[in-house]
Design a protein around this ligand. Structure first.
Ligand SMILES: Nc1ncnc2c1ncn2[C@@H]1O[C@H](COP(=O)(O)OP(=O)(O)OP(=O)(O)O)[C@@H](O)[C@H]1O
Ligand SMILES: [Mg+2]
Length: 322
């Protein structure tokens, strides 16, 4: 759907994107996460041609984004909807006018516009706000208007740049649910940029982690969390965990399945080792649940326990003290 190959972009001396390659499949929600200033917004702006790239190729649905005429650029952009953190609404215009604006630019008839606006407000759940001005809306409602506007040209792709960053956790969840609905019901591919792991966890199929203008790791979200690459740890920040200083702490990460549910007693039975469970928590990733468990074992029992974990293919590592 979107194919980015060897994308390069500098602002003067600042090399922002270095040889970035990514492929977003049709129908997926793809997350791009990274610390502030890593070039995420720049990448989105390169995709919709608001920013000129220095090198590399961008292909949308098999069509290379190399255009000579502004008319071609406009046609290309028509296929891409975009939403932002600060909504970018026309403050003096009401909701209806805001949603209608792109269609008016493209010369749609009054009737076409009216039908589309009414259909869109239903999809995003703000039918009762049609004639309100943006200032009378909550942040979540404003983002719904922006989403409706982004969908007005029937795009194949929706680019979202920190669309939930200005919203409280509950509103964030409702907007994420809306994006998921749009993806599933309308089949729109979504590429979203965020610095919030929660966004990635709750709706993305796949994720790319950006570091220093490069894609450090990319893959299915639950797999990335199972594998815990260095880029993910650096992003999450090694929060100082309170761990026992005696013995060895083992962090295990595994999919929560029927057979893994009895893992702790299974370890005890198989190894006859006494150990303590420091914590165990479940996290949801779209439709999968991943369990992280921290054990504390005696130094002399470490090999026995980890050998058993290896036979079960459970990923583990020794957690170090701060
Ligand atoms: N038009 C510009 N001119 C010069 N430098 C720019 C321009 N746009 C972005 N930059 C620089 O490029 C780098 C990447 O910026 P970008 O906005 O893409 O980061 P980001 O990953 O989206 O960060 P954030 O998470 O804070 O939104 C930053 O150092 C920024 O200062
Ligand atoms: Mg940004």
């Amino acid at each position: 759907m979107i194919k980015i190959k060897n994308l390069d972009k500098s602002f003067g001396e600042l090399h922002v994107l270095k040889n970035v390659s990514l492929e977003v499949q049709k129908g997926e929600i793809f997350g791009l996460i990274g610390k502030s200033g890593e070039g995420k917004s720049t990448l989105l702006r390169c995709i919709n041609l608001l920013e000129k790239r220095d090198g590399g190729t961008i292909t949308l649905n098999g069509q290379a984004a190399d255009f000579k005429r502004s008319r071609e650029v406009r046609e290309y952009r028509k296929g891409i909807g975009m939403i932002f953190q600060h909504f970018s609404l026309l403050e003096r215009q009401n909701v209806y006018k805001n949603i209608a604006a792109p269609m008016e630019c493209w010369g749609y008839s009054k009737q076409e516009i009216d039908e589309k606006v009414r259909e869109l407000v239903k999809i995003v759940g703000i039918e009762d706000k049609l004639y309100e001005k943006p200032r009378n809306l909550s942040g979540g409602q404003r983002q719904r208007v922006a989403i409706a506007r982004a969908l007005s040209m029937d795009p194949q792709v929706l680019l979202s740049d920190e669309a939930t960053s200005a919203l409280d956790p509950q509103t964030t969840q409702s907007i994420l649910q809306l994006l998921r609905d749009i993806n599933e019901r309308l089949g729109i591919t979504i590429l979203l940029v965020t610095h919030e792991m929660e966004v990635i966890r709750s709706i993305c199929h796949r994720v790319a982690i950006m570091e220093h203008g490069e894609v450090a790791d990319c893959g299915k979200v639950s797999e990335i969390f199972l594998n815990q690459p260095g880029s993910l740890k650096r992003l999450l920040g090694e929060t100082a965990e309170v761990l026992p200083e005696e013995g060895v702490n083992i962090r295990m990460v595994f999919k929560e399945t029927e057979e893994n549910r009895s893992l702790i007693p299974d370890i005890t039975c198989a190894t006859s080792v006494r150990f303590s469970v420091i914590y165990s928590r479940l996290e949801k990733f779209r439709d999968e649940v991943i369990c992280t468990t921290m054990l504390n074992v005696q130094e002399e029992d470490l090999a026995k326990v980890t050998a058993y974990l290896d036979t079960l293919n459970i990923r583990w590592e020794v957690a170090l003290h701060e």
